[in-house]
Design a protein around this ligand. Structure first.
Ligand code: ACO
Length: 207
C-alpha cells in the first residue's frame, strides 16, 4: 500500500523493515515528534494505521474496524508494521485479554492471554511469505511461541497459516470466537514450558 509520504522517515524499522509501536509509548516517543500533525488533525502515522486497519477489516468482512489510531493509542497493545521501500506491506496487532475458556468436558477456566487481535497483509503481497516473516519477528520480540497466543476470530486464511507453519489446528470452539489451541495447555508457559527472551522492548526505547 503506497502512501503520499516517505515511509522510511516516518516509521523507524529494524533490519527486516519491521516497525514495532507500543500504544502506551506513542505520545512521548520520538515517533510522535517525527509525525507532526497535518491541518486536518491526522499525522502520517495515524493515516497509515487507519488505512491499514480499514483494509484489514474489509478483507475480513468485519462490520467494525478493529485497528484505528485512536483506538490503539494509550493502550498496552503492540503494533508491528512491515514496510518495503515506499510501501506498507502489513500490520499485526497483539494485546492481552481476559477470556473464559470452556474445555471438551465443559469445565470453564478464566485465562489472561496474549492475543493476535488483527493481522493483515496487503492483497498485492499475500502468499509471498511476508505474513510468516512478520509473525516470526513478533514471536521473537514478544518472547513467545505461536501456541501461547489466543487468536481473535481467525479467518480461514489465518487458520491455514497457523496450521501450515506452526502445526496448530486442534481447538475447542468457544462462544467468544477466540481460538485457543490445544498446545496452549500442553506446551509453552501455561504448561510450565520454558519462556523465550523478550527482545522487543529494547527496540522500543528508540521509538
Ligand atoms: N487461501 C488459503 N490459505 C492462505 C491464503 C489464501 N488465500 N492466503 C494465505 N494463506 C495461508 C496458507 O497457509 C499459505 O500457504 P500456501 O500458499 O502454501 O497455501 C500461507 O498462509 C502463506 O503464508 P504467507 O505468505 O507468509 O502469508 P501472508 O503473507 O499471505 O499472510 C495473512 C497471511 C495475514 C492471513 C494474509 O493472507 C491476510 O492478510 N489475509 C486477509 C486478512 C486476514 O484473513 N487476516 C487474518 C484475520 S484474523 C485476525 O486478524 C486475528
Amino acid at each position: 500500500m503506497e502512501f503520499p509520504f516517505d515511509i522510511s522517515s516516518i516509521l523507524p524499522t529494524d533490519k527486516n523493515s519491521i516497525c514495532l509501536i507500543h500504544g502506551k509509548k506513542i505520545r512521548h516517543s520520538t515517533l510522535s515528534k517525527i509525525n507532526s500533525r497535518h491541518g486536518n488533525g491526522t499525522t502520517p502515522l495515524s493515516a497509515i494505521i487507519d488505512t491499514m486497519g480499514t483494509l484489514s477489516s474489509k478483507a475480513q468482512k468485519l462490520k467494525t474496524i478493529i485497528t484505528t489510531y485512536s483506538k490503539f493509542v494509550g493502550t498496552n497493545q503492540r503494533l508491528y508494521i512491515k514496510t518495503e521501500g515506499s510501501k506498507v506491506v502489513g500490520i499485526l496487532k497483539i494485546g492481552e485479554r481476559d477470556l473464559f475458556y470452556r474445555d471438551q468436558i465443559g469445565d470453564i477456566k478464566e485465562l489472561t492471554c496474549a492475543c493476535v487481535l488483527d493481522f493483515y497483509v496487503h492483497e498485492s503481497c499475500q502468499r509471498k511469505g511476508y505474513g510468516k516473516e512478520m509473525f516470526e519477528k513478533m514471536l521473537e520480540y514478544e518472547g513467545m511461541e505461536a501456541c501461547e497466543f489466543a487468536i481473535d476470530r481467525p479467518s480461514g486464511k489465518l487458520l491455514k497459516f497457523l496450521k501450515k507453519y506452526y502445526g496448530l489446528w486442534e481447538f475447542v470452539p468457544q462462544n467468544n470466537n477466540y481460538v485457543i489451541y490445544e498446545q496452549y495447555f500442553t506446551k509453552g508457559r501455561f504448561a510450565g514450558g520454558k519462556k523465550r527472551n523478550k527482545v522487543g522492548f529494547i527496540i522500543l526505547i528508540f521509538f
